[in-house]
Design a protein around this ligand. Structure first.
Ligand code: SIN
Length: 300
């Protein structure tokens, strides 16, 4: 498959004068330079939002941002989303601390399968913001894939076939594969304490398999490898054939970009048009991140 970069990358074409966007890969992703996230002007925020919808994932190096400032920044995008798996930090209930200590060894880290955030919810989070305070010298990367591009690369026949379908998003397999029950009856992923409404996560929700972005009007595939378990009206074997193809298609290397974190890198991504994957290849090193999410809409 030959991929033609979609172009229109430069700040001038995009109309940016308050930020500098440097693309990471042809498919998606950009570093945004020249901003202090704790002190953004209205113009810079507006351009960051447009850059996020254009590049799907944007990152900022060398940011010093307190939990309170991360909350303030998140609220500029919309209300907080409620995390389905964890309680927030003490004093900051809307910030989830994602931590893996150097001494911890787990079969799977939080986020270690291609996924979009909490799609089993009736209104999954729209945007996720993740601050990497302390990261390993190597390993611990995050990988994203552009599901809007993946949709564009389908044949017209496949697009027609998928148009009316609704995908069953459920946390059943993620809970089974990732969450460990301790002898004391607590649920954990490494150090992260899991406090969830398991019944509702497993029941999940049906959403359009092809969804339309509320801000850009662009269509994307709403399918991932962690949560997409079935298709409404199809039996398991039929759904598995379609989902099996789509799960491979949305993760073609061509549609992806991969970020190596540095201490104090801040990342934002748009869950409506990307899926992502966290690597578990940094045993012996500490990784401490702070995550906030923005409440999303009912997918259409
Ligand atoms: C997540 O899946 O939200 C976490 C990603 C990461 O830790 O890199």
């Amino acid at each position: 498959m030959q991929f033609y970069p979609p172009g229109q990358y430069d700040d001038k074409t995009l109309g940016f004068t308050g930020i500098h966007a440097v693309p990471l890969a042809s498919a998606m992703g950009a570093e945004i330079r020249g901003v202090d996230l704790a002190r953004l002007s209205e113009q810079q925020f507006d351009e960051i939002k447009r850059a996020l919808f254009r590049f799907k994932m944007i990152y900022f190096r060398n940011q010093t941002i307190s939990p309170a400032e991360q909350e303030t920044l998140t609220l500029r995008f919309g209300n907080f989303g409620v995390d389905a798996y964890t309680r927030g930090m003490e004093g900051y209930q809307n910030i989830q601390r994602l931590i893996k200590e150097a001494t911890t060894v787990v079969p799977r880290v939080f986020g270690e399968t291609w996924h979009t955030d909490s799609p089993f919810l009736p209104r999954p989070p729209s945007i996720s913001l993740l601050y990497g305070l302390e990261v390993p010298p190597y390993g611990g990367d995050t990988w994203w894939s552009n599901t809007e591009l993946a949709y564009e690369f389908l044949s017209e026949g496949m697009k027609k076939l998928l148009a009316p379908l609704r995908v069953h998003m459920s946390g059943r397999e993620v809970i089974r594969n990732t969450v460990v029950s301790t002898e004391q009856g607590r649920k954990k992923v490494g150090e992260i304490e899991i406090t969830m409404d398991q019944k509702h996560i497993v029941e999940g929700n049906f959403h359009p398999l092809v969804r339309t972005h509320p801000e850009t009007g662009k269509k994307s595939l709403y399918v991932d490898q962690a949560y997409s378990l079935g298709i409404h009206g199809l039996d398991d074997e039929e759904a598995a054939a379609i989902l099996g193809y789509l799960k491979r298609h949305v993760t073609r290397e061509l549609f992806t970009c991969r970020l190596h974190w540095e201490n104090r890198t801040f990342v934002m991504w748009d869950n409506r048009s990307v899926i992502h994957y966290a690597f578990n290849d940094y045993d012996g090193y500490r990784r401490e991140m702070f995550r906030t999410i923005v409440e999303g809409e009912v997918p259409v």
